[in-house]
Design a protein around this ligand. Structure first.
Ligand code: PSU
Ligand code: MN
Length: 309
Protein backbone atom coordinates (compact mmCIF):
# COMPACT_ATOMS: atom_id res chain seq x y z
CA UNK A 1 0.00 0.00 0.00
CA UNK A 2 1.28 3.46 -0.82
CA UNK A 3 2.17 5.36 2.33
CA UNK A 4 -0.06 8.37 2.96
CA UNK A 5 3.10 10.17 4.06
CA UNK A 6 5.72 11.51 1.64
CA UNK A 7 9.20 10.94 3.02
CA UNK A 8 12.57 12.21 1.95
CA UNK A 9 14.83 9.40 0.67
CA UNK A 10 16.98 9.82 3.78
CA UNK A 11 14.06 9.34 6.18
CA UNK A 12 12.63 6.44 4.18
CA UNK A 13 15.99 4.63 4.10
CA UNK A 14 16.56 5.14 7.82
CA UNK A 15 13.13 3.75 8.68
CA UNK A 16 13.51 0.76 6.36
CA UNK A 17 16.86 -0.06 7.93
CA UNK A 18 15.49 0.36 11.46
CA UNK A 19 17.76 3.31 12.24
CA UNK A 20 16.92 6.15 14.63
CA UNK A 21 14.63 8.90 13.31
CA UNK A 22 13.31 11.91 15.24
CA UNK A 23 10.20 13.79 14.09
CA UNK A 24 10.07 17.59 14.47
CA UNK A 25 7.06 19.90 14.21
CA UNK A 26 6.48 22.93 11.99
CA UNK A 27 3.96 25.05 13.94
CA UNK A 28 6.90 26.11 16.08
CA UNK A 29 8.56 27.36 12.86
CA UNK A 30 5.61 29.20 11.30
CA UNK A 31 3.73 30.31 14.44
CA UNK A 32 6.02 29.82 17.44
CA UNK A 33 8.99 32.06 16.62
CA UNK A 34 9.71 35.12 14.45
CA UNK A 35 11.80 35.11 11.28
CA UNK A 36 14.78 34.63 11.01
CA UNK A 37 15.23 32.95 14.43
CA UNK A 38 12.63 30.35 13.42
CA UNK A 39 14.70 29.34 10.38
CA UNK A 40 17.98 29.28 12.29
CA UNK A 41 16.39 27.21 15.04
CA UNK A 42 14.74 24.71 12.69
CA UNK A 43 18.07 24.06 10.97
CA UNK A 44 20.01 23.94 14.23
CA UNK A 45 17.53 21.44 15.70
CA UNK A 46 17.95 19.19 12.65
CA UNK A 47 21.73 19.41 13.06
CA UNK A 48 21.44 18.53 16.76
CA UNK A 49 19.42 15.41 15.90
CA UNK A 50 22.10 14.37 13.40
CA UNK A 51 24.87 14.89 15.95
CA UNK A 52 22.96 12.55 18.25
CA UNK A 53 23.12 9.82 15.60
CA UNK A 54 19.51 10.08 14.34
CA UNK A 55 17.86 11.33 11.16
CA UNK A 56 15.61 14.41 11.55
CA UNK A 57 12.14 14.38 9.96
CA UNK A 58 10.55 17.82 10.10
CA UNK A 59 6.83 17.25 9.50
CA UNK A 60 4.34 19.47 7.67
CA UNK A 61 1.59 19.45 5.06
CA UNK A 62 3.10 20.61 1.77
CA UNK A 63 0.70 21.27 -1.10
CA UNK A 64 -1.75 18.78 0.34
CA UNK A 65 0.73 16.01 1.13
CA UNK A 66 1.61 14.88 4.62
CA UNK A 67 5.41 15.03 4.76
CA UNK A 68 7.96 13.49 7.11
CA UNK A 69 11.21 15.21 6.22
CA UNK A 70 11.41 18.57 4.48
CA UNK A 71 14.09 20.03 2.22
CA UNK A 72 15.99 23.11 3.45
CA UNK A 73 14.11 25.16 0.82
CA UNK A 74 10.74 24.03 2.23
CA UNK A 75 11.80 24.83 5.79
CA UNK A 76 12.87 28.28 4.64
CA UNK A 77 9.57 28.80 2.84
CA UNK A 78 7.61 27.95 6.01
CA UNK A 79 9.88 30.17 8.12
CA UNK A 80 9.48 33.16 5.80
CA UNK A 81 5.73 32.80 5.32
CA UNK A 82 5.19 32.38 9.08
CA UNK A 83 1.66 32.97 10.23
CA UNK A 84 0.23 33.09 6.71
CA UNK A 85 0.67 29.27 6.69
CA UNK A 86 -2.31 27.53 8.29
CA UNK A 87 -1.74 26.12 11.76
CA UNK A 88 -2.69 22.47 11.32
CA UNK A 89 -3.95 20.23 14.08
CA UNK A 90 -5.88 16.92 13.75
CA UNK A 91 -9.14 18.52 12.63
CA UNK A 92 -7.39 20.47 9.83
CA UNK A 93 -5.56 17.66 8.01
CA UNK A 94 -8.43 16.46 5.81
CA UNK A 95 -9.20 19.99 4.65
CA UNK A 96 -5.57 20.77 3.82
CA UNK A 97 -5.12 17.49 1.92
CA UNK A 98 -8.37 17.89 -0.03
CA UNK A 99 -7.54 21.47 -1.04
CA UNK A 100 -3.84 20.87 -1.76
CA UNK A 101 -2.81 23.45 0.83
CA UNK A 102 0.17 23.98 3.11
CA UNK A 103 -0.08 23.45 6.86
CA UNK A 104 2.31 23.91 9.76
CA UNK A 105 1.69 20.91 12.00
CA UNK A 106 1.13 21.18 15.76
CA UNK A 107 2.20 18.52 18.23
CA UNK A 108 -1.05 16.65 17.55
CA UNK A 109 -0.76 16.68 13.76
CA UNK A 110 2.97 15.91 13.87
CA UNK A 111 2.24 12.88 16.06
CA UNK A 112 -0.25 11.68 13.45
CA UNK A 113 2.29 12.02 10.63
CA UNK A 114 5.05 10.42 12.71
CA UNK A 115 2.81 7.47 13.56
CA UNK A 116 1.72 6.97 9.94
CA UNK A 117 5.38 7.02 8.90
CA UNK A 118 6.51 4.64 11.67
CA UNK A 119 8.48 7.21 13.71
CA UNK A 120 8.33 6.75 17.49
CA UNK A 121 10.24 9.76 18.87
CA UNK A 122 9.32 13.42 18.36
CA UNK A 123 11.05 16.48 19.79
CA UNK A 124 9.47 19.87 20.33
CA UNK A 125 9.47 22.80 22.78
CA UNK A 126 6.29 22.62 24.77
CA UNK A 127 3.03 20.71 24.44
CA UNK A 128 -0.39 22.28 24.37
CA UNK A 129 -2.60 21.62 27.39
CA UNK A 130 -5.55 22.71 29.46
CA UNK A 131 -5.65 26.50 29.35
CA UNK A 132 -6.12 28.57 32.47
CA UNK A 133 -9.81 29.27 32.82
CA UNK A 134 -10.73 26.19 30.75
CA UNK A 135 -13.70 25.46 33.03
CA UNK A 136 -15.33 28.50 31.38
CA UNK A 137 -13.73 28.50 27.90
CA UNK A 138 -13.39 24.72 27.28
CA UNK A 139 -9.99 25.52 25.73
CA UNK A 140 -8.07 22.24 25.91
CA UNK A 141 -5.41 21.60 23.28
CA UNK A 142 -6.02 18.77 20.83
CA UNK A 143 -2.43 17.74 21.68
CA UNK A 144 -3.74 16.05 24.83
CA UNK A 145 -6.28 13.87 23.00
CA UNK A 146 -3.57 12.94 20.52
CA UNK A 147 -1.33 11.84 23.37
CA UNK A 148 -4.22 9.74 24.61
CA UNK A 149 -4.54 7.85 21.34
CA UNK A 150 -1.33 7.94 19.31
CA UNK A 151 1.76 5.89 20.23
CA UNK A 152 4.54 8.45 19.86
CA UNK A 153 6.92 9.75 22.55
CA UNK A 154 6.92 13.55 22.74
CA UNK A 155 10.09 15.14 24.13
CA UNK A 156 9.34 18.59 25.53
CA UNK A 157 10.39 20.99 28.27
CA UNK A 158 7.08 20.50 30.04
CA UNK A 159 4.22 22.95 29.63
CA UNK A 160 4.18 26.71 29.92
CA UNK A 161 2.37 28.36 32.72
CA UNK A 162 0.13 30.06 30.14
CA UNK A 163 -1.57 26.70 30.82
CA UNK A 164 -3.07 25.21 33.95
CA UNK A 165 -0.29 22.70 34.56
CA UNK A 166 -2.12 20.82 37.32
CA UNK A 167 -5.19 20.23 35.15
CA UNK A 168 -3.01 19.32 32.17
CA UNK A 169 -1.34 16.58 34.24
CA UNK A 170 -4.73 15.36 35.54
CA UNK A 171 -5.99 15.09 31.97
CA UNK A 172 -2.93 13.06 30.92
CA UNK A 173 -3.36 10.77 33.90
CA UNK A 174 -7.01 10.15 33.05
CA UNK A 175 -6.09 9.15 29.52
CA UNK A 176 -3.25 6.86 30.55
CA UNK A 177 -0.34 8.94 29.29
CA UNK A 178 2.86 8.39 31.30
CA UNK A 179 4.72 11.63 32.04
CA UNK A 180 8.43 10.93 32.47
CA UNK A 181 10.89 13.38 33.99
CA UNK A 182 14.42 13.22 32.64
CA UNK A 183 16.69 13.44 35.68
CA UNK A 184 13.90 15.18 37.60
CA UNK A 185 10.96 14.27 39.85
CA UNK A 186 9.27 17.55 39.09
CA UNK A 187 7.38 18.38 35.89
CA UNK A 188 9.25 21.27 34.25
CA UNK A 189 7.46 24.52 33.33
CA UNK A 190 9.15 25.31 30.03
CA UNK A 191 11.12 28.49 30.93
CA UNK A 192 11.56 27.23 34.49
CA UNK A 193 13.04 23.88 35.52
CA UNK A 194 10.24 23.07 37.87
CA UNK A 195 6.49 23.54 38.14
CA UNK A 196 5.94 22.15 41.63
CA UNK A 197 3.91 19.23 40.21
CA UNK A 198 5.36 15.69 40.24
CA UNK A 199 5.98 13.58 37.10
CA UNK A 200 4.71 9.99 36.92
CA UNK A 201 8.26 8.58 36.87
CA UNK A 202 11.77 9.90 37.00
CA UNK A 203 14.15 8.45 34.38
CA UNK A 204 17.90 8.85 34.64
CA UNK A 205 19.13 7.58 31.27
CA UNK A 206 18.06 7.45 27.60
CA UNK A 207 18.26 3.64 27.81
CA UNK A 208 15.77 3.52 30.68
CA UNK A 209 13.36 5.67 28.67
CA UNK A 210 13.76 3.46 25.59
CA UNK A 211 13.03 0.37 27.72
CA UNK A 212 9.92 1.93 29.17
CA UNK A 213 8.67 2.86 25.67
CA UNK A 214 9.26 -0.67 24.46
CA UNK A 215 7.42 -2.12 27.48
CA UNK A 216 4.51 0.36 27.21
CA UNK A 217 3.87 -0.27 23.53
CA UNK A 218 4.80 -3.96 23.87
CA UNK A 219 1.73 -4.35 26.09
CA UNK A 220 -0.43 -3.06 23.25
CA UNK A 221 -1.10 0.23 25.03
CA UNK A 222 -1.73 2.70 22.27
CA UNK A 223 -1.18 6.01 24.02
CA UNK A 224 1.66 8.45 23.64
CA UNK A 225 4.27 9.19 26.28
CA UNK A 226 5.45 12.62 27.46
CA UNK A 227 9.18 12.89 28.16
CA UNK A 228 9.72 16.12 30.07
CA UNK A 229 13.26 17.48 29.91
CA UNK A 230 13.99 20.60 31.97
CA UNK A 231 15.56 23.62 30.27
CA UNK A 232 19.36 23.69 30.88
CA UNK A 233 20.10 25.76 33.99
CA UNK A 234 22.04 28.60 32.29
CA UNK A 235 19.03 29.43 30.10
CA UNK A 236 16.27 29.06 32.71
CA UNK A 237 14.35 32.29 33.34
CA UNK A 238 13.56 33.78 36.68
CA UNK A 239 10.15 32.50 37.80
CA UNK A 240 8.76 35.86 39.03
CA UNK A 241 9.75 37.82 35.94
CA UNK A 242 8.29 35.31 33.51
CA UNK A 243 5.10 34.95 35.58
CA UNK A 244 4.56 38.68 35.32
CA UNK A 245 4.95 38.54 31.53
CA UNK A 246 2.54 35.59 31.32
CA UNK A 247 -0.09 37.31 33.46
CA UNK A 248 0.17 40.44 31.31
CA UNK A 249 -0.02 38.41 28.07
CA UNK A 250 -3.13 36.56 29.31
CA UNK A 251 -4.79 39.88 30.23
CA UNK A 252 -3.97 41.30 26.78
CA UNK A 253 -5.42 38.22 25.07
CA UNK A 254 -8.64 38.65 27.02
CA UNK A 255 -8.83 42.36 26.27
CA UNK A 256 -8.27 41.74 22.55
CA UNK A 257 -10.64 38.75 22.63
CA UNK A 258 -8.10 36.34 21.15
CA UNK A 259 -9.24 32.72 21.30
CA UNK A 260 -9.21 29.37 19.51
CA UNK A 261 -6.12 28.40 17.58
CA UNK A 262 -4.84 31.99 17.64
CA UNK A 263 -4.42 32.05 21.40
CA UNK A 264 -1.18 30.09 21.86
CA UNK A 265 0.78 31.94 19.09
CA UNK A 266 -0.54 35.28 20.42
CA UNK A 267 0.65 34.50 23.95
CA UNK A 268 4.09 33.31 22.76
CA UNK A 269 4.67 36.46 20.73
CA UNK A 270 3.44 38.75 23.51
CA UNK A 271 5.66 37.05 26.13
CA UNK A 272 8.61 37.47 23.80
CA UNK A 273 7.93 41.23 23.52
CA UNK A 274 7.43 41.59 27.26
CA UNK A 275 10.67 39.77 28.14
CA UNK A 276 12.68 41.70 25.54
CA UNK A 277 13.49 38.52 23.61
CA UNK A 278 14.74 36.55 26.64
CA UNK A 279 11.92 34.04 26.29
CA UNK A 280 12.86 33.43 22.65
CA UNK A 281 16.48 32.68 23.55
CA UNK A 282 15.29 30.24 26.23
CA UNK A 283 12.84 28.66 23.80
CA UNK A 284 15.58 28.03 21.21
CA UNK A 285 17.92 26.42 23.73
CA UNK A 286 15.30 24.14 25.24
CA UNK A 287 14.17 22.85 21.84
CA UNK A 288 17.77 21.91 21.00
CA UNK A 289 18.13 20.24 24.38
CA UNK A 290 15.00 18.17 23.69
CA UNK A 291 16.23 17.23 20.21
CA UNK A 292 19.47 15.95 21.74
CA UNK A 293 17.66 13.72 24.24
CA UNK A 294 15.15 12.50 21.63
CA UNK A 295 18.02 11.46 19.35
CA UNK A 296 19.68 9.51 22.18
CA UNK A 297 16.44 7.74 23.07
CA UNK A 298 15.60 7.04 19.40
CA UNK A 299 19.04 5.52 19.06
CA UNK A 300 18.64 3.36 22.18
CA UNK A 301 15.13 2.38 21.03
CA UNK A 302 16.37 1.37 17.56
CA UNK A 303 19.25 -0.70 18.89
CA UNK A 304 17.04 -2.43 21.47
CA UNK A 305 14.85 -3.59 18.60
CA UNK A 306 17.15 -6.40 17.48
CA UNK A 307 14.78 -9.11 18.60
CA UNK A 308 12.07 -7.59 16.35
CA UNK A 309 9.40 -4.96 16.93
N1 PSU B 1 3.89 25.71 23.00
C1 PSU B 1 5.05 26.35 22.76
N2 PSU B 1 5.41 26.63 21.49
C2 PSU B 1 4.64 26.26 20.43
C3 PSU B 1 3.42 25.56 20.70
C4 PSU B 1 3.09 25.32 21.99
O1 PSU B 1 5.76 26.68 23.69
O2 PSU B 1 5.00 26.54 19.28
C5 PSU B 1 2.60 25.10 19.55
C6 PSU B 1 2.77 23.59 19.34
O3 PSU B 1 2.73 23.33 17.94
C7 PSU B 1 1.54 23.02 19.99
C8 PSU B 1 0.52 24.08 19.68
O4 PSU B 1 1.14 21.77 19.47
O5 PSU B 1 1.22 25.31 19.85
C9 PSU B 1 -0.68 24.01 20.58
O6 PSU B 1 -1.64 24.90 20.12
P1 PSU B 1 -3.09 24.91 20.77
O7 PSU B 1 -2.88 25.42 22.17
O8 PSU B 1 -3.87 25.84 19.91
O9 PSU B 1 -3.60 23.50 20.73
MN1 MN C 1 -7.02 25.79 22.04
Amino acid sequence: MRSPVAMTPEVRAALLEGRAVVALESTIIAHGMPYPQNLETALRVEQTVREGGAVPATCAVVRGRLCAGLGADEIEDFARKGRSIAKASRRDLGYLVSTGSNGATTVAATMIIAHLAGIRCFATGGIGGVHRGASATFDISADLQELAHTPVAVFCAGAKSILDIGLTLEYLETFGVPVLGFKTDDFPAFYARSSGFPVSYRMDSPEAIAQLLRAHWGLGLHSGVVVANPIPQPYALDGGHIEEAITQALADAEKERVGGKELTPFLLARIEQLTGGLSLKANIELVCNNARLAAQVAWAFATSNEGGA
